[in-house]
Design a protein around this ligand. Structure first.
Ligand code: IMP
Ligand code: MG
Length: 330
């Protein structure tokens, strides 16, 4: 029987530091699950001072928890095996990782199509959209057709379950800034595709960042913003380079209008805002609100302003907003 489900997901354009939060929480759960995406995701986590990058394996692996890759995920088998072998060498028990039989498999053709036809959208070139397209056309290959049976999950979720989102609200296929989106459901309700009732959901934890970044292409993030020396410094200090692609991320000040909308659309119970310490390092505090740039003279003023705006916008749904530093420093 499932006791409770908690969901972690991104409130912006990805790269908010969800991996850090999931990794810190994983020890309290029986299962840690991914419900969407595939090798396009890049989760950076620090365990005992060591940096790990995962793309498809849930971060429960570091806490010795059962890790499920759900039916809404897409898998590059070679990449998954590479990641598993990295984890084995680091001493983690990869027998905990299981793939839902209905997860779809990314082929070389998917990757070739992505590279040839979708680069104008700034995709990660991992074959994500073509793989989900073949799934919809009912001609895709699934894990059950291809993977060795020891990797296939035939159990049921039970106890406490943590669901770890990949990508974020503004990359969601239905609600994101289409066509600059990914091909899956990044909204927290997507977690229910793992196979549980929405009634089981307890905490819905939305993760944001103290400034905005976007990997790839997006008219909301003009590249001219890189000319702003402060924003450019934020990129360097925050290490804002794609963990899958290595691309320099687009950057802008925190857009509170978008963040309020993301919170309302997705319905979280808690918000965590990461990397505020990067703003402290450049000692500049700005947000976009009501379509205008607001400037604060210190972090305390910005924090109070953001908290008030978020709590007022969300009514009583959000009961907590926490600020957290750069995971590089843990
Ligand atoms: P795709 O998912 O490779 O099709 O890429 C579509 C868009 O989503 C591009 O703008 C990517 O940069 C972005 N994207 C996909 N996965 C991630 C992620 O994990 N973090 C941040 N951006 C992502
Ligand atoms: Mg990432």
């Amino acid at each position: 029987m499932i006791e409770a489900v908690d969901i972690i997901y991104g409130l912006a354009w990805g790269d908010e530091g969800k991996g850090k939060i999931a990794n810190a929480m994983a020890k309290h759960y029986d299962f840690v699950c991914r419900w969407n995406g595939g090798p396009n995701a890049g989760h950076t986590v620090y365990v005992n001072g060591k940096k790990y990058k995962t793309h498809i394996i849930p971060s429960g692996i570091f806490a010795g928890k059962k890790c499920i890759i759900g039916p809404g995920c897409v898998i590059n088998i070679n990449k998954m095996l590479e990641e598993l072998s990295m984890l084995t060498m680091a001493g983690y028990n990869i027998d905990l990782v299981k793939v839902h039989p209905n997860a779809h498999i990314i082929t070389e053709d998917h990757i070739a199509y992505d590279k040839e036809h979708l680069s104008h959208l700034g995709t990660t070139a991992q074959g994500i959209a073509p793989c989900y397209s073949d799934k919809m056309l009912r001609r895709g290959k699934r894990a059950i057709d291809i993977l060795e049976s020891n990797w296939i999950w035939d159990g049921e979720l039970s106890g406490k379950v943590l669901c770890e989102g990949a990508q974020s609200v503004w990359l969601d296929i239905d609600h994101g800034d289409y066509p600059y989106v990914t091909s899956s459901t990044t909204m927290p309700y997507g977690a229910c595709s793992l196979g549980f009732s929405p009634k089981k959901v307890r905490r819905i934890i939305g993760v944001a960042k103290a400034y905005d970044t976007k990997s790839g292409v997006d008219p909301l993030f003009p590249t001219t913003l890189w000319n702003d020396p402060v924003l450019n410094k934020i990129i360097e200090l925050g290490g804002e380079y794609g963990s899958t692609t290595g691309r320099k991320r687009l950057v802008n000040w925190l857009n509170l209008d978008k963040l309020k909308k993301a919170i309302l659309l997705s319905g979280c119970t808690e918000v965590i805002i990461n990397k505020y310490d990067i703003l402290e390092q450049v000692n500049e505090y700005k947000v976009i609100h009501g379509n205008e740039l607001q400037t604060f003279s210190n972090f305390r003023d910005m924090k109070r302003y953001v908290m008030d705006a978020l709590l007022m916008a969300s009514g009583s749904d959000v009961h907590e907003v926490t600020w957290s530093g750069n995971p590089e420093k843990i």
